[in-house]
Design a protein around this ligand. Structure first.
Ligand code: IPM
Ligand code: MG
Length: 360
């Protein structure tokens, strides 16, 4: 039996609460399917600032690099908010993504039928189904601009960030998009701002150049503003989306609303040679940390993505997804996904974790 090494980085706020439940589910899978997972915990974000004065250090990075996969919670909180960019807790995750070269960020957005009432959209729209895979480019674009800074005096003071993409950066994530579409409904929507941005024109040309290698996939292009609208009016028209870093950040929070709550969405950041980096897309929510009301489902589904993508365990991943679905169908709810329907039962963070683990 081979041992899988997992670096665990709970971070701050509800990152700690939800990671504990995700590990409970992981241990259950380990026992039930006879696997062996070796967990090594590392401090990151505010927790590491308090201990060592920096949000990420060589020890944590090294631990991540030598692991087979990384399970990450969330970082940040008001105590560290006033630090300059680059020294905030958030800069830890940006450093990790870049250092590990996890360039393809997979964010599946799925509405569980039991949560249709938790989605703010009209039933006639969500009943058509929401099952979208957003692939966000994660290590380039505005987030990692080399031209970034401030200068000038008085009213001429200015600040700037620049958007830049190389052919290689676009090609590799676009290929990821095509590959993913092959395993799904074979539709790929590339989202850009081609009518204004040079990087977007280049992005669109690159998608067109890669497309002939995937003749089975129907590819289309959409401007990001129109895409934002269509996500809400016709979510069922999307299968796989591939897009630039900043657009993907914004659109994935928007899409999270379709699923009923941002507390439902997992993510996997992958790349060639990068140990998978797995994180729920929500943040550290310091206002509700430690109160037992955070939704651990995103973190738990993140474990399912880890089993699927890093360890080649599709049945185990499915077991987790089915357990989540079963608990939701029976009415189990945390506060963020409750809609006051009859039959709903309010659960704490720990109770939700235990219900899902117990179901497996
Ligand atoms: C996300 C988050 C991060 C991002 C923040 C925390 C840096 O919003 O993963 O979507 O912008 O990438
Ligand atoms: Mg975001």
């Amino acid at each position: 039996m081979s041992t899988h090494r997992i670096a665990v980085l709970p971070g701050d706020g509800i990152g700690v609460d939800v990671t504990a439940e995700a590990l409970k589910v992981l241990r259950r899978i380990e026992k039930k399917f006879g696997h062996s997972f070796r967990l090594e915990e590392y401090a990151v974000g505010g927790a590491l600032i308090d201990r060592k004065g920096v949000p990420i250090d060589a020890e944590t990075l090294h631990g991540c690099k030598k692991a087979d996969a990384i399970l990450y919670g969330a970082v940040g909180g008001p105590r560290w908010d006033s630090r300059p960019l680059g020294q905030t807790p958030l800069s830890a995750i940006l450093t990790m993504r870049k250092e590990l070269d996890c360039f393809a960020n997979l964010r599946p957005v799925k509405l569980y039928p039991a949560l249709a009432e938790a989605s703010p959209l009209k039933r006639r729209i969500v009943d058509r189904g929401v099952d979208i895979l957003i692939i966000r480019e994660l290590t380039g674009g505005l987030y990692y601009s080399r031209g970034r800074g401030r200068d000038g005096e008085g009213p001429a003071r200015r600040a700037y960030d620049t958007m830049e993409y190389s052919l290689r950066e676009i090609e590799r994530v676009v290929r990821f998009g095509f590959q993913a579409a092959l395993g799904r409904r074979r539709r790929l929507t590339s989202i850009d701002k081609e009518n204004v941005l040079e990087t977007s024109k280049f992005w669109r040309e690159t998608v067109e150049a890669v497309a002939p290698q995937f003749p089975e996939v129907r590819v289309s292009h959409l401007l990001v503003d129109a895409a934002a609208m269509r996500l809400i009016t016709d979510p069922d028209t999307f299968d796989v989306i591939v897009t630039e870093n900043t657009f993907g950040d914004i659109l994935s929070d928007e899409a999270a609303v379709l699923a009923g709550s941002i507390g439902m969405l997992p993510s996997a950041s992958l790349g060639e040679g990068c140990p998978g980096l797995y994180e729920p897309i929500h943040g550290s929510a310091p206002d509700i940390a430690g109160k037992g009301i955070a939704n651990p489902i995103a973190a738990i589904l993140t474990v399912a993505m880890m089993l699927q993508h890093s360890f080649g365990m599709p049945s185990e991943a499915r077991a987790i997804e089915q357990a989540v679905e079963a608990v939701l169908t029976r009415g189990g709810r945390t506060r963020d996904i409750a809609s006051g329907q009859p039959g709903e039962k309010m659960l704490t963070t720990v109770e939700m974790g235990e219900a899902i683990a117990g179901e497996i």
